[in-house]
Design a protein around this ligand. Structure first.
Ligand code: GLC
Length: 701
């Protein structure tokens, strides 16, 4: 696939130092209309005008009494101005200006555009909800442009109702019907009052919410802010943990995946700057140069983490400069490849755009190139036969040997989600057409593959139990030659009648039946799962609550590898002993992903139940990274305390529950276009026409 080469690959990006790396935002132009041009009046017109004005005032006083004067006289007078200055109706704004000259006070016009009174980086939750719910990106961009433009059109939030009435009256040039105008004015006053009450109510709600913030939330915010890392004076991320008692190892670094819940919490709070900086600085770290033993990772790989280092300046040893030092796995324990980093980066980029309405970020040439490089790496041809992404062990949140090499669900779900995000964000032009086609094809094939072959429930397990093996031909039912003996003993009793889940991995002659939370939750969030499968996953979590949630949400995977399996699969890893850490430990950071999935499926009560369990313990336990034992009763053996993504995940979950609409910055709905591609795979004959109906009936039911 051909890539645009905006960055010079010869320029090392390993150590980046740029004091002012990004263009400062252009100063906003005034949101208010320009002052009206001065009017030139003829003296005789002016005298005539004054006479008529007094006459109309007397009439009105007679007709309405003193209380009505204020509201009735203004429109009348404006109409008179219009009559006296016939050029005005053609230039409505000038007419308004002329009227304002004689009748300067407009008591209705006292409110300003609310968005403008807010600092650019802090927006109220309500305005964020509105931004996130804005249906289409173009509309959002347009509406933003309108708000910031100096054009004469109406400015949202600025009360132009008064002028609207005036202008409409002019166009019709109706006789003075005072009662009708008075009624309109009265309606305006009522409307005005209602709006003011609404604003006051909104403020009251925010105050109430602020009062309801629990002690643990307050503590969490304090800790999260303490974890913020600055680079050249700007916030760029959060460190993985701030446990003073434990050896830092690489927990003093900003991990890409760990920062996602922090970013979400900040975004939901209206603090967007740190996320923007993070997205842009990590983009500069995207891989270009040799890392592990003189072997370079694919162009486009995002680091697992980075650290801000202070190094002495060459010239003066006393002075230091800051540098960003990325880790692509070459320093990580086990030298694991961070495949998920780029996928998370893309997912966060979309969320940032949706919540802030600032689509200019994703439209930048360097950002577009960044997305394409990541995708290029994921979509490039290899030896693989499947649409799923082939990776090494430990290439995601589980970054140690745990038998998740091959096609682990977690990577597939994030991959699917990142593809859907990219499809939305990549600018359509001649240069991107083939990439977009490749994305669509992959999405269809990937969703078909996962929905069809990774899904298990009672019925499917029974089918596998009766599989014939050694089938040869394209029509084989047991395509991957799975030997039924592989069905583990625990699964037979564990799988509930209601619900199901996606298995952890699928390879030739191998199904990993373990339940992995992150992959299953992102399958719901991204609509990789059909609606029915998504329901089934939550049903299963509800049915198996004690196993998957227990005393701390949520099990990273279930069940743990024990005995021989543990010895062979983990390589006798003392950190991943049964029911500890990655091997069946409970990770509170999974809570925000569970909350997003529950909200998407209209089951927030499940999330609320899980959050209550977490809230009762996390602060007392000092925000551990993970918990041990089958029901998550103990703080993890080697668990860090004050783990940032535990803290941020809890905050993000709380904020999402308070503003469930905001989950839409992460979620996707079923896409019929993709289903068509999917259905083509299901229908036996390749010549059969694919239709949306066929797609729906095959995939949704
Ligand atoms: C552990 C986790 C990994 C996380 C890192 C930093 O290595 O397995 O997912 O990113 O800690 O918190």
């Amino acid at each position: 696939m051909e890539m645009e080469k905006e960055r010079d690959p010869l320029v090392p990006h390993r150590h980046v130092r740029t004091d002012k790396p990004y263009p400062q935002p252009t100063p906003r132009s005034s949101p208010f209309p320009p002052p009206p041009a001065p009017q030139h009046f003829h003296v005789s017109r002016f005298i005539a005008f004054v006479v008529i004005w007094f006459w109309s005032l007397v009439c009105v006083m007679n007709a309405t009494g003193s209380m009505g004067i204020a509201v009735t006289v203004r429109p009348c007078c404006r109409l008179l101005v219009a009559q006296l200055f016939p050029e005005c109706p053609c230039h409505q704004r000038r007419a308004a200006a002329a009227a304002a000259f004689f009748f300067p006070r407009c008591p209705h016009d006292r409110r300003r555009a609310p968005a403008l009174s807010l600092a650019p980086q802090r927006r109220s939750a309500a305005s964020l909800v509105r931004a996130a719910l804005a249906p289409a990106r173009d509309e959002a961009a347009v509406s933003d442009a309108r708000r910031l433009s100096t054009a004469a059109g109406p400015v949202p939030g600025v009360d132009r109702a008064f002028e609207r009435i005036f202008v409409q009256g002019l166009a019709a040039v109706e006789p003075l019907v005072i009662e009708r105008v008075a009624e309109k004015e009265r309606m305006l006053v009522v409307e005005e009052k209602r709006k003011v009450e609404e604003v006051e109510e909104e403020q009251r709600t925010e105050v109430t919410k602020a009062r309801e913030v629990s002690e643990s939330e307050k503590e969490a915010w304090r800790l999260l802010k303490n974890a913020v890392v600055e680079y050249c004076g700007s916030p760029v991320g959060t460190v993985a943990a701030t446990d003073p008692a434990a050896e830092a190892l690489n927990y003093d670094q900003v991990f890409i995946r760990d920062f996602v819940p922090s970013a979400l919490a900040f975004l939901l709070k209206g603090e967007t700057e740190i996320v923007r900086n993070f997205l842009l600085y990590t983009l500069q770290l995207q891989s270009w140069e040799k890392t592990v033993d003189c072997y370079s990772p694919g162009q486009g790989l995002m680091p697992a983490s980075f650290k801000v280092r202070s190094v002495p300046l060459d010239v003066s040893k006393d002075e230091v400069e800051e540098m960003l030092d990325p880790d692509f796995g070459e320093s990580a324990i086990g030298r694991v490849a961070p495949v998920d980093s780029g996928l998370w980066w893309i997912i966060l980029l979309r969320a940032y755009g949706k919540i802030t309405g600032d689509y200019t970020l994703q439209e930048r040439v360097d950002v577009q190139t960044g997305i394409k490089l990541i995708l290029n790496l994921c979509l490039s041809d290899g030896f693989d036969m499947f649409p799923t992404l082939l990776v090494t062990d430990g290439s995601c949140m589980i970054d140690r040997r745990m038998g998740i090499h091959g096609h682990p669900l977690e990577i597939q779900a994030l991959f699917y989600c990142a593809l859907r995000c990219s499809r939305e964000m990549i600018a359509v032009n001649d240069g991107s057409k083939s990439l977009l086609r490749a994305i669509n094809n992959r999405l269809s094939a990937l969703s078909f593959h996962i929905r069809e072959y990774y899904w298990v429930d009672m019925k499917k397990i029974n089918e596998i139990y009766r599989y014939k093996t050694e089938e040869y031909s394209q029509d084989a039912i047991n395509k991957f030659n799975i030997y039924p003996e592989q069905i583990p003993g625990w699964l037979v009793d564990w799988v509930p009648e209601k619900g199901g889940y996606f298995i952890g991995n699928l390879q030739p002659a191998h199904m990993d039946f373990r339940f992995f939370s992150l992959g299953n939750l992102w399958a719901i969030v991204s609509s990789l799962a059909t609606p029915r499968q998504a329901e089934g996953i939550l049903d299963l979590i509800e049915e198996k609550w004690d196993d998957l949630v227990g005393n701390m949400p949520l099990k990273i995977c279930y069940p743990a590898l024990e005995y021989e399996e543990w010895r062979i699969i983990t390589g006798s890893d003392p950190k991943n002993t049964p029911w500890s850490y990655h091997n069946g430990g409970s990770w509170p950071t999974l809570l925000w992903q569970f909350t997003s999935a529950c909200i998407k499926m209209g089951r927030p009560e499940l999330a609320r139940k899980a959050i209550t369990i977490a809230e009762n313990r996390l602060s007392n336990d000092k925000w551990p990274e993970y918990y041990d034992t089958p029901t998550g009763r103990f703080i993890g053996k080697q668990s860090r305390l004050y783990q940032t993504w535990t803290i941020a995940g809890f905050l993000a979950s709380k904020l999402l529950l308070e503003n469930p609409e905001m989950a839409s910055i992460l979620t996707f709905e079923e896409d019929l276009e993709l289903l068509e591609g999917c259905a083509c795979n299901l229908i036996k004959s390749p010549r059969t026409q694919c239709s949306r109906r066929a797609a729906k009936s095959h995939v949704l039911h």
